[in-house]
Design a protein around this ligand. Structure first.
Ligand code: ASP
Length: 343
């Protein structure tokens, strides 16, 4: 009888200490998944967008989302889902990352990327690279196969080659569209509008979080300029005890405000919810400073947010509950979320 009573007490204690209605293991949410991706924030207005171009973006985001979701559905890791989504967006000329990267002041493509594992806080990043086809794969290799967190320029390129990653000629990254915007910005001699950076965050069925970001930076940026995207804590952060974050926007503001880390810190030390933290940092703090941009984030219980202070952000999400959606302009999500089957 004494043992039955003890067992009952034990069961009650473990039930109360686990604030999730679903399976939990040391604060981890088990069995459910969430995936959120972005393709950059900026001045993205319906009136300036050709319908066929809008369709290209929506289709690509849906395709990327599905590929990432397939990994999570099968019990794959958040790291693999994030890596897959970002690689696919890097291979598309639509986004300012990998193939579609913008040109710097020298007329060159200089790319940055980073990835972080929320399970053990391991992280990897590359900056100012010109010849790595998929900078996110190089960032992951830095995390998994080097004792370092951030490699830059030639060192990063040599390391990527040694890791067997695909190395391409810088001309691979040339696209007519980005060259035209480079020429336009060059005529004005000012750093240009930047949108199209890509990122992904995920919670997997094992309760692990991951985040990654990849970018060509800002059009006409100075040679050697590094933005927030490869800076762990600024553009990317993941910690299983709080959340996973990927940012996009005017990098200098995101670095100065350590945005990605700040979201998790506000949750952990300030007891803010993910939504409250993101709203405060993006819509209040950054907005007041003139820092344009946004972020996607998912917390360890599966709450997620896509918050931005610009007119648009290419974005999409999918959850194990069957909810998903692809959005471009502000306030599109206000149309009630639908449980719909992905193509
Ligand atoms: N954050 C990127 C950078 O500053 C650009 C972007 O997200 O659009 O390099």
């Amino acid at each position: 009888m004494k043992y039955v009573y003890k067992l009952l007490v034990l069961l009650m204690v473990s039930f109360v200490s686990c604030n999730q209605p679903c399976n939990c293991d040391q604060g981890k949410t088990l069995g459910k998944y969430v995936l959120v991706i972005h393709g950059g924030a900026g001045t993205i207005l319906k009136k300036n967008m050709k319908p066929e171009v809008e369709k290209q973006y929506r289709d690509k985001l849906a395709e990327v989302l599905k590929a990432g979701e397939d990994i999570l559905k099968k019990g794959g890791s958040s790291l693999d889902a994030v890596t897959k989504c970002i690689t696919m967006m890097e291979n598309s000329p639509l986004f300012n990352a990998g193939k579609g990267s913008v040109f710097d002041a020298q007329g060159k493509n200089e790319m940055d990327a980073s990835i972080m594992n929320g399970e053990d806080l391991s992280a990897g990043a590359v900056a100012s690279v010109h010849t790595i086809k998929n900078p996110i794969l190089a960032a992951r290799a830095v995390m998994e196969h080097s004792p370092h967190v951030l490699l830059i320029s030639k060192g990063a390129e040599q390391f990527a080659a040694r890791q067997g990653l695909e190395i391409v000629k810088p001309s691979y990254f040339f696209t007519e569209k980005r060259w035209k915007s480079y020429l336009k910005v060059k005529a004005k001699q000012a750093v240009g509008e930047k949108h199209g950076t890509v990122g992904a965050v995920a919670l997997d069925k094992q309760g692990n979080l991951a985040a990654g970001t990849s970018t060509g930076g800002m059009t006409y940026k100075m040679m050697g300029r590094v933005g927030d995207s490869p800076i762990i804590g600024a553009g990317t952060y993941a910690d299983n005890t709080s959340c996973a974050v990927s940012c996009t926007g005017h990098g200098e503001y995101f670095i100065r405000n350590v945005v990605a880390y700040d979201i998790g810190a506000l949750m952990k030390y300030g007891q803010l919810s993910l939504k409250e933290a993101a709203n405060f940092v993006i819509l209040d703090k950054l907005k007041k400073q003139g820092g344009d941009g946004g972020l996607i984030a998912v917390d360890h219980t599966g709450h997620f947010t896509m918050t931005f202070n610009t007119s648009g952000m290419y974005r999409a999400y999918a959850t194990s509950e069957g909810y998903n959606g692809v959005f471009i302009y502000a306030n599109e999500e206000n149309i009630k979320p639908q449980k719909k089957k992905m193509k």
